[in-house]
Structures are given as C-alpha cells and as structure tokens.
Design a protein around this ligand. Structure first.
Ligand code: PLP
Length: 472
C-alpha cells in the first residue's frame, strides 16, 4: 500500500479556501526554512487512501479476536454515544466544581459502583492504564509501611506466572521483586510462598484468575499468610472479567486493586488508545490515595496523599464509557457476563483438548493456555506457526509465548460477547490446522497464504522500527 505522500501529485491539492489576505507577522525564528512537505491529493484519492488503511487494520469488528489476557470484548456503541455528550466533552478541567456538577456526579457514581464490585472502600479514577494502576497501588503499600516506620519492608512477592507489568511496576516503585514458583496446577506453591515471607515483605501482588486462567484454590490461605507476615495484598484486577459480580477481591483478603476499564468494562483498547486503570483500596490506605470523589466533600486529596497520578481526573471520557456499560448491563448483567466468559472459554477448551494439549488439566476461568511443546519437538511446528495459520481463517491469533512458564504457549480468551457459532467456527479452524500439522507440517510453517503480506521480519520491526516518513 502506498503512503499518502507517495500518492501525492504536485498541484492536486484541494483549494477550497481562498488565498489568505491577512498579513501575519511572525518573528523570523518562528518561520520555516522551506515549505512544509504536505501531500497534495484529491479528496477522492484521499477517501480511498483512508478506506484502504481502515481495511488493512484489524479489530473486534472484523472477526473473532481471542487475544488472551486482553479481554477483546465487543464495545457497545451506546458507550461512545454517552461519552460524546456535549455535557461531557465541552467542559474544561479547570472549571469550578459547581459548574460541572453532572460530570462530578457521574465520576462519583462510577467510583461507587467499582467500590461495590471490588469490595473496596475508596476508588480513584486517576490512573490511565493498568500498569499505572499497579504503580499507584504499590505506592499506597509503600506509603503505608513508611507511615508505620517499617522502612525495611522492601520486598514484593510476585508469582512466576505474573504479567510483565507486575515486576516492572514493583521495581519502579522502589521495591525488590521476589519471584515465587507456581505448582503443577498453575497455582501458587504455598511452601515457596512461606519460605519467602519475612519482616522484609511489603506485600504480594497476585493476578487472579492468574495468567494461565486459573483461580487459585488457596487464595484465602495465601492472603492470610501474607497478612500474618505483616505484608499487604495487591490484586491485579486485569482478569476480573472471569469473576466480576461473583467474587469481590476485598472479601478474600486483598487490600488494594487496580481494574482495567479497557478490558473488563468494555471500553476500547489497543493501538495505544486511551485506557483507564482505577485503583481501589481499603479504608486504612485511603489517606494515601490520589484524588478521589466523595459524595459529601467533592474532589478530595487526602493530606498524606501520594499525589496525582495523571493531570486532573484521569481519562474522564473512558470512565464515562465504563459507567454507561455498567448502567446498561445493570447489577444482574454483571455476574452474567462473568459466567458467560467462563462458559465460553471452557466450551472451547473442552472441544480442543483432544487435539491440543492443555498446559493445565483444570477447569479454566475466562481463558485457557495450550502448549505446543510436543508438536514443536516432533515436527518443529511452533505456537507461532499455528498463530499464523489462524490468519488464513480470518481469526486474530491468540496470545503467543505468554505466560513464560508454559513452553510454546497459546493463550485463548474468547470473551462472553462471542456467540456459540463463532466459537464453533474457531474450533473447526483449530482442528483443521491440527490435521494439516499431522499431514504436512511444512505447509503450516508456510502460513499465512491468504493475507496481503506473508511472514514479516518481526525482529527488525521490533528492533529497528521505522516510525516516520522522511520527505525528500
Ligand atoms: C493487561 C494487563 C495488565 C496491564 O494493563 P495495561 O493497561 O496494559 O497497562 C496488567 N496485568 C494483567 C494481568 C494484564 O492482563
């Protein structure tokens, strides 16, 4: 596909405005040395260019998108409509509170609902992403220990199945990361946890269900052990889709949590777009929170607040999409969505397990992980090859090579918003690829064959990305 600059033809511009007849005097230093290299292109050609671009990208609207750990669910359009209301989009963050009462009320409603859902006492909507939410939560834990003079509590315990952002956030918050093992069931090894708890423990960061899609059987015992050692428990709530409305992290011993509105709460994500990672905490941590809304006091920053995580109120419009989502599905819809997410994942897992070995022999939650290690050893077909082969069926590949504790991993998360027919089609595609693998492994390694480009040089793309066009 040509770049818009390559489609450009001198003189093809769209002269719909008259020549400027106002004299503008700018200081020499502010002037360009040569004309800006802008593309000159007719409106017709420009329309085609952007349509072509749109066709070259892929999203949930194009088909099944089982990207594990990302919860690529359908984003109801009403969310966009509500977030686009002039009362939300035409306000300025510096407007006095009395003039934006509706927006404040909406934030307060969302904080309240998220508090109900998580079992936490206080919520801040400020963090702009899951990772920033983690960082915020860890700073709360740090502030807590420091306020008690327990400065030696510098270790954050993280299971080896964790999302990469967990150790990164802990390190950024100034903690030492202590990694503990998972057992053969994909759950925390209690002996290993015990061996690493000490007076240096600041806390535990746990994703639940974890990144292999498993709800830890011993969760109550785990939080009890950490508390007994004087540590706090952080819940990475990015996988809340599996348990929302059914289990409240605050009820099973967690002290703080972040949520990914751009996963569980259906607001769009991907492509570097805006997200939101609200953080919730129990009352005893509230004094350290960034700004929160309170019904009686309006926007408050506690005296010992660790400060703002983003300017103003975070990604306000993303929060409005999440609020709309909650209001449209209602209190009954919330547990329903979790149950369907779990049902869909288990349905696919059951149908596929005779063809693809599952990493863990366990009922899964909202996602499951298969391991292609056996195929890779026998016929060299890798998880990457199967992912590429799925492209020929119009299916976005599952997450590959994550979590790191599973060799040749493919992690599938169907989400609750897919119909049974869509799942059945995907299951058929997986089974067809399995057959192809058995009959002619080389042909799988040559996939995809129907896409505009075949195998890309992903290493160079990651190591030497060309992100801008230099005009001659
Ligand atoms: C997505 C995810 C995160 C990070 O969220 P971002 O918004 O991408 O920063 C953290 N933990 C888990 C388990 C996740 O799936």
């Amino acid at each position: 596909m040509k770049l818009i600059f390559e489609r450009s033809m001198p003189g093809r511009g769209q002269d719909i405005f008259p020549e400027c007849d106002v004299e503008i005097k700018l200081p020499q230093a502010a002037l360009r040395e040569k004309e800006a290299a802008l593309p000159e292109i007719s409106e017709n050609e420009m329309g085609r260019h952007y349509t072509e671009l749109a066709k070259a990208s892929r999203g949930v609207n194009d088909g099944f998108y089982p990207l594990g750990s990302c919860t690529m669910k359908h984003n109801p359009r009403i969310n966009e409509k509500m977030a686009a209301l002039p009362g939300f989009t035409n306000i300025h963050p510096l407007q006095p509170e009395w003039s934006v009462y509706g927006a404040c009320k909406a934030m307060e409603m969302l904080e309240h609902d998220l508090g109900e859902i998580t079992g936490m006492d206080r919520i801040t909507l400020q963090p702009a992403a899951g990772a920033q939410g983690e960082f915020t939560g860890l700073l709360l834990i740090k502030s807590y220990h420091e306020s008690r003079g327990e400065n030696q509590r510098k270790e954050i315990i993280i299971p080896d199945s964790a999302h990469g952002t967990n150790p990164a956030s802990a390190a950024m918050a100034g903690f030492k990361v202590v990694v503990i093992k998972s057992n053969e069931k994909g759950m925390i090894d209690l002996d290993d946890l015990k061996a690493h708890l000490s007076e240096k423990t600041a806390g535990l960061m746990l994703t639940n269900p974890n990144t292999v899609g498993i709800f830890d059987d011993n969760i109550m015992e785990i939080t009890r052990m950490v508390h007994e050692a004087g540590g706090l428990c952080y819940y990475d709530g990015a996988n809340l889709n599996a348990v929302i409305g059914l289990v409240r992290p605050g009820d099973i011993g967690f002290d703080c949590i972040h949520l990914n509105l751009h996963k569980t709460f259906s607001t769009p994500h991907g492509g570097g777009g805006p997200g939101a990672g609200p953080v919730g905490c129990k009352d005893f941590l509230a004094e350290f929170m960034p700004g929160t809304y309170s019904k009686d006091d309006g926007f408050v920053r506690a005296e010992k607040s660790l400060g703002d995580m983003t300017g103003f109120h975070g990604n306000f419009l993303v929060c409005m999409k999440a609020l709309t989502y909650l209001l449209t599905i209602g209190a009954e819809g919330v547990p329903e969505l979790a149950k369907n997410a779990v049902l869909n994942a288990n349905y696919m897992m059951e149908k596929l397990k005779d063809y693809y070995p599952m990493a863990y022999d366990h009922t899964c939650m909202h996602e499951f992980v298969m391991s292609l290690e056996k195929f890779h050893k026998e016929s060299h077909v890798s998880a990457l090859d199967v992912a590429k082969a799925l492209l020929d069926y119009g299916i976005h590949p599952p997450t590959m090579y994550f979590p790191l504790i599973v060799d040749e991993a493919l992690m599938v998360e169907p989400t609750e918003t897919e119909a049974k027919e869509v799942l059945d089609e995907a299951i058929e595609a997986f089974i067809a690829i399995h057959k192809q693998m058995m009959e002619s492994p080389e042909s799988v390694m040559a996939c995809p064959v129907t896409t505009p480009v075949r195998r890309l040089d992903e290493v160079s793309a990651a190591r030497h990305p060309i992100l801008k066009y230099t005009a001659e």
